[in-house]
Design a protein around this ligand. Structure first.
Ligand code: NAD
Length: 255
């Protein structure tokens, strides 16, 4: 095995990985997955109690994690998080733009402030984190944007969220081209229904309606992040990986 083709369990050792929205849900599973691979994980989130708690538990179990209170809807907060990351670790290797808010409002009542809140968190936040982080990805790197199958299909009254996630898919291919000269690959994951709370609350129909036979778990997305950021997979860039148990492939006619 040459150094260019590291063993799976060595690919992330000592790498600096920023995960936004790392304190809960999918981001928490992504942070744990990279920590288990011996990465230095920056937990960037607004939820201080949950983020600090995760930092303590990862460090207690042999990982290297640092919680930095960050609001991705605030450009100054993003700049501070990136500057502190670089001060502490010297460089950045991987950025997972995961922080996001789900929001729906009736089409007629969706207010400008709410539109801005959703877009500034889900879309502008991912762009600004990428812009700041890319300046410090001096050895190349990988960025993953957490989109959604709601970028591809809809229920009524999800305009702001759907637009933010559709924007993320376009941002992904735009950045893949702009950052290619810096050897930074950029991909998106579009999760379907990923249950982040107690699985006991799910009904059997929740599982059975999925062609895969079950609702998704945060770990399904975490494994995909490891795959997309792995140095052996650098031929994949500008792409979207839909992880939804087959739901967006299911044709539905009402009889
Ligand atoms: P979650 O609500 O469980 O966790 C989101 C995390 O982001 C929280 O820790 C929260 O504190 C943090 N966050 C929210 N606003 C923030 C801000 N302004 N700055 C920094 N951190 C902030 O959500 P989740 O279900 O784990 O979703 C994670 C991502 O995956 C989101 O982008 C979401 O849109 C996307 N997604 C989730 C699903 C799903 O079914 N769970 C499906 C498709 C897409």
């Amino acid at each position: 095995m040459t150094p260019e083709r590291p063993e799976n369990n060595e690919a992330y050792r000592g790498k600096t990985v920023i995960v936004t929205g790392a304190a809960n849900g999918i981001g928490r599973a992504v942070a744990k997955a990279f920590a288990a691979e011996h990465a230095r994980v920056i937990l960037a989130d607004i939820d201080e109690p949950a983020g600090s708690g995760l930092e303590r538990s990862l460090n207690a179990s042999g990982g290297t994690a640092l919680f930095l209170r960050t609001d991705v809807s605030n450009p100054d907060s993003i700049r501070r998080m990136i500057a502190e990351t670089v001060t502490k670790t010297g460089q950045i290797d991987i950025l997972i733009n995961n922080a996001g808010i789900a929001a729906y409002a009736s089409f007629d009542e969706l207010a400008v402030d709410e539109w801005d809140r959703v877009l500034n968190t889900n879309l502008r936040g991912a762009f600004l984190c990428s812009q700041e982080a890319a300046r410090h990805m001096t050895n190349g790197g990988a960025i993953v944007n957490m989109a959604s199958t709601r970028a591809l299909m809809s229920e009524p009254d999800w305009e702001a969220y759907a637009a933010s996630k559709g924007g993320l898919l376009s941002l992904t291919h735009a950045m893949a081209l702009s950052l290619a000269p810096k050897r930074i690959i950029v991909n998106a994951i579009s999760p379907g229904w990923i249950h982040t709370r107690d699985p006991k609350n799910l009904r059997s129909i929740d599982h059975s309606q999925h062609p895969a036979g079950r609702v998704g778990k945060p770990e399904d997305i975490a494994r995909a992040c490891l795959f997309l950021c792995h140095p052996e997979n650098r031929f994949i860039t500008g792409e979207q990986l839909v992880i939804d148990g087959g739901m967006t492939r299911k044709m539905i006619y009402e009889h």
